[in-house]
Every structure is written in structure tokens, then in C-alpha cells.
Design a protein around this ligand. Structure first.
Ligand SMILES: Cc1cc2nc3c(=O)[nH]c(=O)nc-3n(C[C@H](O)[C@H](O)[C@H](O)COP(=O)(O)OP(=O)(O)OC[C@H]3O[C@@H](n4cnc5c(N)ncnc54)[C@H](O)[C@@H]3O)c2cc1C
Length: 419
């Protein structure tokens, strides 16, 4: 059996995992179905726990040099300021949300992986199946081992396979639940001609929501809720431009620059969860295991936290003192109990993040005169009376269960991270 850990998918989750494993001295082979890296903007918010995790492979601080540190958010209700959230007081080395497009994050992760002798990156190689190897026991107990089958007919045996294949990719386990929300949003990235600076702005109105975030290179993201017929309309560039301009002006009183957005995307959020997150030497990480509404910006960050715990467990089994993947012995306990720990910790974290994302989305999209007035009054009260640090820590994902791995791994010690 090859000792490399197999990683399926080179999105942010898979690439983070490869780098964390390399930092722990573990070899991995990454298979990515696409022949070239993804260039879509997609996620932009990297939370403080994610930056701390990425620091374990020397990437947290490096990323901050490319992005915009968002230290403050302003919340408006029917165009009147309801309150502000300041991230300055949160307890982290990174007291801000880093705004950096997903493709740039992936680019940094990919470059670090390519520079490592311990990561083998393979683009244009699709994995068609992952299954427990014949010698592996059913619950992943004493002898882990998986077989990974590739589209080109090859198959590879490995001690562990970590499937990070996103919402539309290979699914290692059956679905447990799936839900589609009846909300629809349009994203447009424009030059920041309004000089709104590095402040995030949330505009809630009786007609729908608008969210706006700074991006690097003088750009700004606008996310508008589509309501009524607009949510069903077939979109072309001209319609997108007209919709974004109209909705932002109507709900936020801000004029967008003329012309097409630099990048746009319409999305209808959903949520799903797999029946298992870890079993028989197989891990499911990131969007393949759990997806959630992008409103609230937690999907990518939850995948990064999945990667931290999976990397710690695998490092404990593969390279820790007395760690023996072939026997399943490790100071962390046997493989079966580690897989159960991953299952419990990461499912709780994913559910909590998905609930928060859904709550943010529902609160922001309450429409109508009465509903909007009530929401605005409650938000004003919350932003006035709840301590600022508590609100900021919530949005920075610092209060999310399992936002950091419960295991503390160093070269010489493997133990539970102090609570
Ligand atoms: C418009 C939008 C805005 C978002 N904003 C935010 C945000 O601000 N903050 C945030 O945290 N999240 C956000 N998200 C969510 C975020 O983009 C996802 O959570 C993130 O991409 C998940 O990363 P991943 O690595 O798990 O999956 P993906 O990024 O989907 O990567 C999976 C990779 O696996 C590959 N793959 C699939 N199947 C196979 C196979 N069989 N063999 C080999 N390779 C395979 C795919 O080609 C892909 O490259 C947003 C999403 C969208 C759509």
C-alpha cells in the first residue's frame, strides 16, 4: 500500500488539507478532475480561525498581504444606520475578516503545495470511486485502508482517502438531508467608485437586502436579493447590470458604476449533509459533506476547519510518536475512535454554521413594511445592547463549536487542546 494520503479535489478544503499534512510531515497525492485551476471569485471572507489554521502552514499572514482586512461592518435598515460591528476587540491574532477572492486563496494554497516535496498535485484526473480496501475492517478499526479508482482505469491503495469534492462532485457517502431555500441572490463585483473603503455594509429594506464588501485591487462586491419575477428571469449580461444597478440604488441609495460587473453569479442557496462524515478510512470534508447558504460566508471556512481536524488525526496516526497507520495505533487512540471523533465534532460544527447562515439569510430577507420595521428595531436593539465583542466574535466564527481542532499536535506531543 502507498503511504500517501489521497485527497480528492483541489478546492480550498483539499488544498488546505494537503498543506497541513505536509506541515506535519505527511505525504499526500491530490487528484483534481479539472484540468486547470478554477478562476471564479466565489467566496471572499476568510475568518480569524481560518487564518490561524492556515498559519500552521505559514499561509495566514501571507494571505493577509493580498487581501483587505475588514475591521468594521455597518448595518442599515431602510437606509438608516442601525449600528456597527467592530472586529477590533475579538480575541485573535487576526481581529478582522480578510476579504480575498477564493481563486486567489486557492492560488496561494496551490503554490505552497507545489513547493512542497510532500504533495503530489494531479490536475485533470477524475476519481470515480473510493471504497474501503479489502483488508480494511468495516468500521475503520485496526487496519485502515482504502482503494481509490480513477477514470483512466488505474486504482490506488492508500491508508486514508479524504474526499473534498464540493457539492457537485464525487460523494463518498449517501445523502442524509437536502433542502433548497426559496431565496435567490445576484452577486456583482464592481470597481469601488463610491470610495466606501474597507467597511462592509449590510442594507436591509422592506423590498429586499443588499450586502456590500470590499475586495482587493479597488473592487467591491454587491450581493442583492432577487424578489418576485426577478428571481425567475433568465439572466444575460444586460439584465444583470440593470438589476444590480436598480436594486442597489433603490435599497441602498448608491449608484453603481456604469457597465458590466467584473464578475457576476446568481445563486439559490441550499443545504445538505451526508449520512457519514468519516468511516472506514474515508473522510468527507468541506462542501461535499455539508453545504450551507453562502449568505453569512461560512462554507469555505467550515471546510478549512474540517481539514485541520482531519490533518491532526491523520498526523497522529501516521507520524506521531508511536503512530502506526498499519496497525491503527496512535497516542490519539485507534483509528475507529478518531473517525468517530471527526464525525461528532465536524457534524456539530457544520450544523451550527448552516443554522447561522440560514438565520442570517432569513433575518436579512424579511420583507414588507411591518416585518422590516420589526426586524430593524430588533437589530438596532441588539447592536446597541449586546456587547460589541460578542457580536463580532459570532460573525468571526469564534463562537462556533469546533472552530479549531480539539487536538493539539506538535512534533513531540499529541494531546487534547486545552479548552
Ligand atoms: C457565490 C458564492 C459565494 C460564496 N461566498 C462565500 C464566503 O464569502 N465565505 C465562505 O466561507 N464560503 C463562501 N462560499 C462557499 C465556498 O465557495 C465553498 O464553501 C467552497 O468552495 C468549498 O470548498 P471545497 O474545497 O469544499 O469545494 P470546491 O471549492 O467545490 O472544490 C471541490 C473540487 O473538487 C473537484 N472534484 C469534484 N469531484 C471530483 C472527482 N470525482 N475527482 C477529482 N476532483 C473532483 C472539483 O473540480 C473542485 O475543484 C460561496 C459560494 C458561492 C457559490
Amino acid at each position: 500500500m502507498d503511504r500517501d494520503v489521497i485527497i480528492v479535489g483541489a478546492g480550498p478544503t483539499g488544498l488546505t488539507l494537503a498543506n497541513l499534512l505536509a506541515a506535519a510531515g505527511i505525504r499526500s497525492t491530490v487528484y483534481e478532475a479539472k484540468s486547470a485551476p478554477d478562476t471564479r471569485m466565489r467566496a471572499i471572507g476568510v475568518t480569524p480561525p481560518s487564518l490561524e489554521i492556515l498559519d500552521r502552514c505559514d499561509l495566514g499572514t501571507a494571505l493577509t498581504r493580498h487581501g483587505v482586512a475588514v475591521r468594521r461592518a455597518e448595518v442599515y435598515g431602510d437606509r438608516r444606520l442601525l449600528g456597527t460591528v467592530s472586529f477590533d476587540s475579538i480575541r485573535s491574532d487576526y481581529p478582522f475578516i480578510l476579504s480575498l477572492p477564493q481563486f486567489r486563496i486557492e492560488q496561494s494554497l496551490r503554490e505552497a503545495a507545489k513547493a512542497s516535496k510532500l504533495v503530489r498535485l494531479n490536475y485533470g484526473v477524475e476519481v470515480v470511486a473510493v471504497e474501503p480496501a479489502a483488508s480494511s475492517s468495516a468500521n475503520g478499526g485496526a487496519r485502515p485502508g482504502v482503494t481509490v479508482r480513477l477514470r483512466d482505469g488505474r486504482s490506488v491503495n492508500a491508508p486514508f482517502a479524504c474526499v473534498c469534492s464540493g457539492t457537485a462532485g464525487l460523494r463518498p457517502f449517501p445523502l442524509k438531508r437536502r433542502r433548497h431555500y426559496r431565496r435567490s441572490f445576484l452577486i456583482g463585483d464592481y470597481p469601488d467608485t463610491g470610495k466606501l473603503g474597507d467597511v462592509a455594509r449590510l442594507y436591509f429594506s422592506r423590498n429586499g437586502s443588499v450586502e456590500s464588501f470590499p475586495l482587493p485591487d479597488g473592487m467591491r462586491r454587491w450581493i442583492v436579493q432577487l424578489t418576485g419575477r426577478a428571481s425567475q428571469t433568465v439572466l444575460d449580461d444586460a439584465t444583470v447590470s440593470a438589476m444590480l444597478t436598480t436594486y442597489v440604488n433603490m435599497r441602498a441609495g448608491i449608484r453603481l458604476p456604469a457597465g458590466l460587473p467584473h464578475w457576476w453569479s446568481r445563486f439559490r442557496p441550499g443545504r445538505h449533509e451526508l449520512a457519514y462524515f468519516a468511516r472506514s478510512g474515508l473522510f468527507a470534508l468541506g462542501d461535499v459533506a455539508h453545504s450551507m447558504s453562502p449568505i453569512g460566508g461560512q462554507g469555505m471556512n467550515t471546510g478549512i476547519a474540517d481539514a485541520e481536524l482531519a490533518a491532526d488525526l491523520i498526523a497522529g496516526w501516521q507520524s506521531g510518536p508511536n503512530g502506526r497507520a498499519d496497525t491503527g495505533e496512535s497516542p490519539l487512540g485507534d483509528v475507529g475512535s478518531g473517525l468517530r471523533m471527526y464525525e461528532t465534532v465536524r457534524r456539530k460544527a457544520a450544523r451550527s454554521a448552516a443554522r447561522r447562515a440560514a438565520a442570517s439569510m432569513f433575518i436579512g430577507t424579511i420583507g414588507g413594511v411591518a416585518g422590516s420595521a420589526l426586524r430593524n428595531a430588533l437589530l438596532r436593539a441588539a447592536l446597541t445592547f449586546i456587547p460589541g465583542r460578542a457580536i463580532a466574535s459570532h460573525f468571526a466564527m469564534l463562537t462556533l463549536p469546533g472552530h479549531r481542532s480539539p487536538i493539539s499536535l506538535t512534533a513531540d506531543t499529541i494531546s487534547s487542546r486545552p479548552k
